[in-house]
Ligand binder design. Structure first.
Ligand SMILES: [Zn+2]
Length: 642
């Protein structure tokens, strides 16, 4: 408990109560001790880290204003701003309710089991007073007698269950610290001396909390040492993971001192489970990703985010760096922490490469444009997304890989050192692409402007195969799966439904369309019901002609030849094109690839060569090239100890 003065309400003070669980209503009372004449207030239209205008004010209702005993008139200026007809000199009190029924990490939720909110959904911004200290009371009700509260906000007068008063240095901090209410599991650990808490709600009795803590601690320690070395100090004094387990769901949102995460219940580690499930590995990747953001985007950030504008889109071309490079390191740090092995790391890398190559939009949109357009494209995905856009997560991560492999091949520096130098140079603050270019020039001894122009500002293919080969990893083409052969993205729950039709593929040529339900096929006069694309193999083994039967807008349609009858393949499927493109490379490397067994769950597979076979033409003449040594030390992309 702190001193009485510190515990006093600030000039901007909120009281939030989970007032009606079944109606999903939080009530908010906001007191502005020193209002301006005609005080203006607004609710953010977006939440940092999630680049979409979400119009949080649509859930705000019953706004009233009073000064003393007098009701004060208020004028709504637009969708999210109000002007209050108040006078200076006496406190202004506003009351309102917010309907909280968004289960994601970006808004607010309230029901009989749990409450969660971001300040951006509940806390009106008092214009002109954003930089002041803000306080927040979280009140319980009789219905929440068994609940607790957790948040990264500073607690200044709270009861043992966490209800009571919290403080934030300013409005930015207030809305950067979401609040969890309910009955949840909490574990604690220290990473490099920093106290960390892990909160888990929605878990089943089989949940192995200790394992999650142990593994998360390894991630945190690896990240802190990545940025600051063995003795450096991290920028945060404490950290809170807020993990909510649901039947189906996945996502996370980064904050300066905490992260809000959602995972599938089945992804949580279970007692007596000896090996990490694929779902648990996915959860660890999410934890690693959001924790890395503690540095990369929450502190080191685009110059455009130096000061957030909560009233409109905040455009930047740099999400390929802040999301993509974070995605590159989330897996790499799991490998360095010993939480995944070489094979898993390569499988994840192969998956990312396949994702990029199966996106026709990569030939239309640069990854810098994708960053800028996130507000209307990445966050508003539809049936044409794959044809017209590229993911700044996936391609950004592969740009990081290309950059790292190039730097290591040249032997003067690594991407790790570039990231740390950026941190040091900016004092953990805003940067531009010019800052990155300048540092690359200094550390690598030559400019990288041309590479960045090619990889980031053009739609040219990334030189993945060559760079991986130089580090002892080869790409091996695999037979395409049915979705790739046909040029389709589908869902196969309760029937075969077409999500999108890829540009130039066999399915597009046959006239299949997003939204169709593919009911069956007709082959040689016989009709067959299909529920999964893989069943096509039963009917197309001989490469015979085929008619597709689809349901569209209540009608049944017959579409001829969705598959090339001569080859039995999608005539111009991405898979075939890619296979051809990689064919020469594959032929050159096949003797090396044959020495290893390969998994076959993607179209391009990565395979390692033995250490002794790390013979890039240049490296062959320089067996003690420093880059080779670096790679071994980093356990990255070499032979036995990849
Ligand atoms: Zn991210």
């Amino acid at each position: 408990m702190s001193s009485p003065s510190k515990a006093q309400a600030a000039d901007v003070h909120y009281r939030i109560a989970p007032a009606d669980l079944h109606a999903h209503l939080f009530t908010v009372a906001l007191t502005v001790a020193r209002p301006a004449a005609g005080q203006e207030l607004s609710l953010p239209v977006w939440i940092p880290g999630s680049y979409l205008i979400r119009e949080f004010s649509r859930n705000l209702q019953a706004l009233e204003a009073r000064q003393g005993r007098h009701e004060v008139a208020l004028t709504q200026l637009d969708k999210h701003r109000w002007q209050i007809g108040c006078t200076p000199g006496s406190p202004l009190e506003l009351t309102y309710a917010v309907c909280a029924y968004d289960r994601s990490v970006r808004s607010a939720w309230l029901d009989a089991d749990r409450g969660f909110f971001n300040g951006s959904s509940l806390c009106l911004r008092v214009h002109g007073q954003e930089k002041q200290r803000h306080t927040l009371d979280i009140a319980g009700t009789s219905a929440t007698a068994q609940w607790s509260v957790a948040t990264a906000l500073e607690a200044i007068a709270t009861d043992p269950r966490g209800f009571g008063r919290y403080a934030a240095a300013d409005y930015d901090e207030l809305i950067d610290c979401p609040v969890e209410l309910g009955i949840f599991w909490v574990g604690r650990f220290k990473a490099c001396g920093i106290p960390h808490q892990m909160l888990v709600s929605g878990a089943t009795p089989a949940f192995d909390g200790q394992r999650l803590l142990t593994d998360t601690r390894k991630i945190c320690e690896t990240a802190i040492r990545f940025w600051h070395g063995p003795r450096g100090a991290a920028p945060h004094r404490r950290y809170l993971f807020m993990l909510h387990a649901v039947a189906e769901g996945y996502g996370g949102l980064e904050h300066r001192n905490c992260s809000a995460l959602t995972c599938g219940r089945a992804d949580l580690p279970r007692r007596q489970e000896s090996r990490a499930s694929e779902g648990y590995t996915t959860l660890l990747r999410l934890i690693s990703h959001e924790y890395f953001h503690t540095w990369n985007v929450k502190r080191l950030r685009p110059a455009e985010f130096a000061s957030y504008d909560y009233s409109r889109e905040n455009y930047t071309e740099l999400l390929w760096f802040f999301e993509g490079f974070t995605s590159y390191y989330d897996d790499l740090l799991l490998r360095r922490a010993g939480l995944i092995d070489d094979a898993t790391y390569l499988r994840l890398l192969g998956k990312a490469i396949n994702q990029l190559l199966q996106t026709p939009g990569r030939t239309l949109q640069t990854v810098a444009q994708a960053s800028f357009d996130a507000w209307v494209k990445y966050y508003r995905q539809d049936e044409n997304t794959a044809n017209a856009t590229v993911s700044y997560y996936t391609k950004g991560a592969l740009v990081a890989l290309c950059l790292d492999l190039t730097l290591r091949r040249e032997g003067r520096t690594t991407l790790d050192e570039v990231m740390r130098a950026l941190w040091a140079r900016s004092a953990g603050g805003p940067i531009t692409q010019a800052d990155l270019c300048a540092l690359l020039h200094t550390l690598a001894g030559r400019p990288f402007d041309e590479e960045l122009a090619q990889w980031v500002h053009s739609t040219a293919e990334l030189p993945l195969a060559d760079l991986l080969a130089a580090h002892g990893v080869s790409l091996k083409a695999e037979p395409p799966q049915w979705a790739q052969r046909l040029g389709l993205r589908v869902t196969e729950n309760h029937g075969l439904h077409i999500k999108s039709v890829l540009r130039g593929g066999a399915a597009e040529k046959a006239g299949l369309a997003a939204g169709d339900e593919w009911l069956g096929v007709q082959v040689q006069g016989q009709g067959w019901r299909i529920r999964q694309l893989d069943e096509m193999a039963l009917y197309l083994g001989s490469g015979t002609a085929l008619t597709a039967l689809v349901a569209r807008d209540g009608r049944l349609l017959q579409l001829e030849r969705p598959v090339d009858e001569r080859t039995g393949r999608g005539a111009e499927s991405l898979g075939c094109r890619r296979k051809n493109r990689l064919h020469d490379h594959h032929r050159q490397r096949k003797s090396l690839c044959r020495r290893r067994r390969h998994r076959r769950d993607g179209q391009v597979q990565l395979c390692r060569r033995l250490q002794g076979r790390l013979h890039h033409p240049q490296l062959g003449n320089h067996p003690r090239h420093p880059q080779t040594r670096d790679c071994r030390r980093q356990r990255f992309c070499t032979g036995r100890r990849l």
